[in-house]
Structure formats: C-alpha cells, structure tokens
Design a protein around this ligand. Sequence first.
Ligand code: KG4
Ligand code: ZN
Length: 363
Amino acid sequence: MASDKWMLVLGIETTCDETAAAVIERRADGSGRILSNVVRSQIEEHVPFGGVVPEIAARAHVDALDGIIATAMKESAIRFPQLSAVAAAAGPGLIGGVIVGLTTAKAIAMVHNTPLIAVNHLEAHALTPRLTCALAFPYCLFLASGGHTQIVAVLGVGEYVRLGTTVDDAMGEAFDKVAKMLGLPYPGGPQVERAALGGDPKRFAFPRPMLGRPDANFSLSGLKTAVRNEASRLGTLEPQDVSDLCAGFQAAVLESTADRLGVGLRLFHEQFGPPRALVAAGGVAANQAIRGALQNVAAKAETTLMIPPPALCTDNGAMIAWAGAERLALNMIDNMEAPPRARWRLDENAGAPPGFANTRAGF
Ligand code: KG4
Ligand code: ZN
C-alpha cells in the first residue's frame, strides 16, 4: 500500500556531467511540487576534450556538490531535520561521480537519522512525468540521452519492462559523434539540430537503421559511419555541406525513431493494453524535430504525447528526489550497504534480447 503521508525529499544527481540537488514535496494525494532544483553543468570543463572525461567529472562533483546541496536546501527553506528522506542516484553512470553523490547522501542520512533511498537514474527519468502532472500507470517511455536509448513499459514504481534498446551507440552519443566529425563543438545534439535547419535532408542517401524490423531495437553506429564516409569523400567541408550532412543524419534518425517507436507501442499494446501516454525524456527529447516526429507517432497509436519541460528532461536533482519519494511512499528504503553501480538495468529481472552484448547504452 502506498503511504498517504506528506513528504519532503532531498535528491542528489552526479552520474554524468551535471552536479545537481533538489528538494521536492510529495503531497498525500500523490501529487508533487519542486521546492528547489539546482543544476551545475560541467560542460565547460569537458569542451576542450570533446566529451565527458570521467576523472574530471568526478573531481568537479567533489568540488561542487556541498555548495549545490546547501543552495538547494536554502532555496527550499527546508532544514535537514525536516527531510523525510535523502535520495541519491546510485547508478547507472560514471562510477567516480556516482560514488561522490551516494556517499554524500549516506553521510546526510546518517547524521540526520533520515532514510536513504538509492535511486536508479533511469527510474528517475521514467517517473518524472508523474511529478509534473497526474499521469497514471501504465505508460510507454522513450528515453534518449547521451548514454541510453530505450523504449520501456512503465507499469508501476519498480516495475519496468524494456521493449527496445540500442544495439550499439546511444542516440545522444551518435549526435555528439556526428558533430565531432563535422567539426561542431560538444555537446553536439543542439549543434547538429541547428545546422540541420539550413540543410537539404535529401542530398545524401543515408540508411534508415532497423526500418521494418519486428523488434523495437535501435542501431545508430552504421548511420554514423555513413555520415563519416560521406564527409571524408567530400574532403574539405563547406558550411552548406555540414548543414546537408546534419539534415540528412537527423532525417534518418527521425524516420528510424518513428518506426522503432511504432513497433514499441504495438508491443506495449499487445502485452499491457493501451498506454496512458507516450512519454519522452533525456536530452535528445529537447530536439524540436524529434518532438514533432513523436507527436505523429503518438497520434498514430491513438495516445497522448507527454514530454516533461526541458529542464526536467535532462539530468537534474528533482527527478531523483521524486523517484525517492515514490519509493519511500511504498516503503522501499535502502540501507548504508547500498552499492554505487556503473551499470544498473531498469528491468533487472528480464533477460537481455538474444545476441546483444553489454554496451554502455543501458545494459
Ligand atoms: O539527458 P542528458 O542531458 O544527459 C545524459 O546523457 O544523461 O542528454 C545529453 C545528450 C547529449 O548527447 C546531447 O548531445 C543530446 O542529449 N542532446 C540532443 C539535443 N540536446 C541534447 N540531441 C539532439 N538534439 C538536441 N537538441
Ligand atoms: Zn539521464
């Protein structure tokens, strides 16, 4: 039985390149409110390297986290003894950063004698729409970020069935790599989207990965290689070439995503009945062209598209705090032994699709 208690939860996020902390309130009726949500991006530290450097990330989390937590507490006007629980993302992610966040949460839990909740970062993305609106289970989640590309049936707190995943690169990762090979800065997603606006999506005949396959999996590395081949065939790239390559790449991603999600929603329907919504999360969900494609997919499947506001789509502390509150309401509390985890599948009890090796994209 879910608890109908009123709760205040501090959430800590340090799994990748954002140091974040937030305080949220969960009311007795299950609705939520953000009291503070402080995010410090490390992008500037990583730009010179063209991607996230794990050691730099861990050190930056150590430097920033105490101050971020203090700011989140101050902005919420809540004192530590008032907290119902402290939640930290315990993985999956870069292990150095995960250790920093989880250890800090354990220290706070110990000092203030407050329950600890070790949150799966993917579960936090999955439950975020329930923080911003009254969305009931079950719903279908499309999670596309720098590290993950998954279609997940969200059946309840702690109840997830993965319907599809990438067999190679994550979608955000593919955007970042394409940007890098075309000389655009990190993080590449927004840059590729911008460059694509002035480009001709038909100039290059890029493949549409996995189109028409009966499963709901993704593949992005072949498409990425096709872009690389065209770019090296051209040699020197004029701005128009870059725009056309970006437009062609993005068009292929859109078509493949729409096809894969169409299958994912069909599989969802067959197994669990109609979903209450199609929910998109992760940095890639900030892409306007992808949002447009998802709108069509949802309409075709006769369901509603729900995308949390951009600040809650990308990594943040409020989503961790909210997942902590959802778990606390069900008495799902962790102890001081809770381990930091580099890999942590959302649907741990389900088997991996046959023939798929472990990749960083969610296994
Ligand atoms: O969720 P997120 O902020 O962090 C994690 O990776 O967990 O996602 C970041 C990823 C990056 O790969 C970034 O290039 C991609 O999301 N991204 C985009 C856009 N904005 C961010 N990809 C495509 N189009 C965008 N507008
Ligand atoms: Zn994330």
